[in-house]
Design a protein around this ligand. Sequence first.
Ligand code: PLP
Length: 279
Amino acid sequence: MNTQNAKKKYATVLSIAGSDSIGGAGIQADIKTCTAMGAYAMTAITAITAQNTMGVRSYEAVSNDMLQGQLNAVIEDIRPDAVKIGMLPTIDAVKIVAKFLEANKIENVVLDPVCVATSGDALTAESVPASMIKYLFSLATVVTPNLCEAQLLSGVQITDRLSFEEAANRIINEHGAGAVLMKGGHSLSSAPNKAEDILFIRKSKAHHMYASQYFSTENTHGTGCTLSSAIAVGLAKGKSLVDAVADAKEYISQAIQVGAEYWCGHGHGALCHNFTMLK
Ligand code: PLP
């Protein structure tokens, strides 16, 4: 039995997400990211997917009891410093996770509102986004939608900077998220070789732009999962949201750049999560 007070403490992240058999997204991406960034990863698996870099073949949600059982087992032993939420396949899963966050007063919550995989395959029931808005958004420190998810969640057709901001405002002010990181990719950027994401924070009414080099590559499987778990690592280490996002962007930018140099399957390959360990 460890004596708790005599030991150093890890920064701990609990990933509540789906398993990706090809290892580039979901739980697998989250564990790799947390490990590479120096945090201790724990998991509650919401669904098991059978997929590779070319697409999602099928998925099965884990039972409600099993999801609850994983969450209970973790919290009764190690309290996570941050929670990252990814694929939630059913409304029940959304409700179980929301209850867990509330009951345990979890403060650092990064919600990646996963709807569709990079391959275009659906990863959740159609009714789930509305229940995420209802039960989870107000518990989230930050929500990290891509353009397609931001449109779906806000009901705003995003065509330019103005509609981009309108969508962000709705996610914060109408749906109650503490902040939203709008991942614009390169499509709305005035500079085509820049990947620009903007963080809107409700409390400060400020927004922060993060611009990094845009790398044109097929290897983008798991970018959303990776970015959201990287932000969770920063929060778990006690960083401010603004700094946690900056560090996460730096990490993912390098993981994409190095990952672009490797062959990784016949479709959308993964990023290189462990770029610092490669010789
Ligand atoms: N979660 C799981 C389990 C997945 O398999 C995927 C994509 O395949 C995602 C989330 C979302 O992936 P991305 O980070 O590419 O948006």
